[in-house]
Structure formats: C-alpha cells, structure tokens
Write a protein that binds this ligand. Structure first.
Ligand SMILES: [Zn+2]
Ligand SMILES: [Zn+2]
Length: 247
C-alpha cells in the first residue's frame, strides 16, 4: 500500500463529482464525511484536524510575533501594532483571493484536475459539516505558512518580518475559527449572524459571491457580496440565466 493511496470511496466520489464547487450533490447530501487516504497516519494526523489544533501550531508564532513587534529596537510600540494590523489585513486579502480565484475555478474534465480542486475546496462544499476537515489540516496549512514566511522574509526583510508574518498568521487563525463557528455554532451577535448568513448563501445559493469568510470586507470592496433577500434572489436568477445560456 502506497503512503498516499486514496480510498475507493474518495475515487468514486471524485469520479461522480461534476467539478462544480457548489451545493452538495444528491449522493453526498446523505453523508457527513468520507475517508480520503487509506493510510491511517496520513488520514488522521496530516489530512484531518481537530478544530483546536491550528491554535496549537500557530498560537506560538502569533504570540512571539506580537512580543517581537512590541519590543523591537527598530520601531516603537505603535508602529509595531500598526505593522501587525497590516499583516492581518494582508491575510484577509489572501483569504479572499485564494477562495475567489483558486478554490472555485472550473477544473478540466479529468480525474487529476477534478481531484486537485476537490482536495482544495470541493470536499468542503460537498461535505460542509465534516468537523474533522473544516479547519485546514497540516498538509494544507503548513506549506502555505512556509511559503508565506519565505515571502515576508525576502520581501519585507528580517526587521519587519515578525509583525507582518505573525499578524498574517493571526488573521489566518481568526479565519479558520470563524469558519468553523459559522458551520457549528449559533451566532450571538448581529455581526456573527451576518457572517454566517453570507457564508451559507455562498455554500448553498450563489457560489461565486460572498467569498470572504472572516469578514465581508473584500466582498464589499470588490462588489461580490449578496446579503439581502433581494440581492440573493437576483444573483440566483442571474446564475441560472448564465447556466441556461451556456447550455
Ligand atoms: Zn467556497
Ligand atoms: Zn464553509
């Protein structure tokens, strides 16, 4: 058995999937989750994650970065906080961009292309309530964190590295936990209700809108939001007309 062998269940699901990252198809609606890898270590340790775990992996980076930002000999406390906040903002743009322009692209009609997208985001749309694959598992979050760290190190330089990178990671953690909460907790605040509703509309009604998850900020800036009943109805009608025109 190869380390990365897929289960028959995964292969069958991807083969039957039409590649549309949208509402679950009829077959998947009846299930909460499927198993992806045959190897238990890969499946349980690297390809799934308890929702608390990103805090364990990334919490120390966030805390150390905040400490380094506030005690740097190169800039003052306020500048440190501003840089940290800017790092958070860069995450929100990355969250929006990845979701809008990478996770929802239309794959080619072959297994490899469909499978790649399914692993990235299709799985979450087909099985939105799988608790174990809701926050990003290490196989996804660690490489992205490594590339982002290298980017900040080489582009911003060692002096600005910690506040920017740690702020960015703090934004990521807030996103992952907000996303988990939108699927598994009842929101108590008006903002929480808005975030949840926007995300459920994205899952089940209009997949090309409401791409921001931790906040609707970039949807608002880039005009991709649908919150009111009228806006949602209009977007659904537009999407249907577009599909009909495509045949
Ligand atoms: Zn999505
Ligand atoms: Zn979701």
């Amino acid at each position: 058995m190869g380390l990365l062998d897929y289960t028959d269940e995964l292969i069958e699901t991807v083969e039957n999937w039409d590649g549309t990252v949208g509402a679950p198809n009829a077959m998947n609606r009846k299930k909460n989750r499927i198993r992806v890898f045959k190897n238990r270590l890969i499946e349980d340790v690297f390809a799934t994650s308890h929702p608390a775990m990103p805090g364990v992996w990334f919490g120390p980076i966030i805390m150390y970065g905040l400490y380094a930002s506030l005690t740097s000999p190169d800039y003052g406390v306020l500048a440190g906080l501003a840089l940290y906040a800017f790092g958070i903002l860069t995450w929100t743009l990355m969250e929006y961009s990845l979701h809008r322009w990478a996770f929802h692209w239309k794959p080619a009609d072959n297994f490899a292309s469909k499978n790649r997208l399914f692993m990235l985001h299709g799985y979450h749309h087909e099985f939105p309530n799988d608790k174990w694959r809701l926050v990003a598992p290490p196989v996804l979050s660690w490489p992205i964190a490594a590339v982002t760290a290298a980017f900040y190190w080489f582009v911003a330089g060692p002096t600005l590295f910690w506040p920017l990178f740690a702020g960015h990671v703090a934004g990521y953690l807030a996103y992952d936990w907000t996303h988990y909460a939108t699927h598994h907790f009842k929101p108590r605040s008006a903002f929480g209700r808005l975030v949840r509703r926007a995300h459920m509309v994205h899952h089940f009604k209009v997949f090309h809108l409401n791409m921001g998850i931790s906040s609707p900020f970039w949807d608002f800036v880039l005009g991709s939001y649908a919150w009111s009943d009228d806006a949602i109805k209009e977007a659904v009608a537009e999407a249907k007309a577009f599909e009909a025109a495509q045949g």
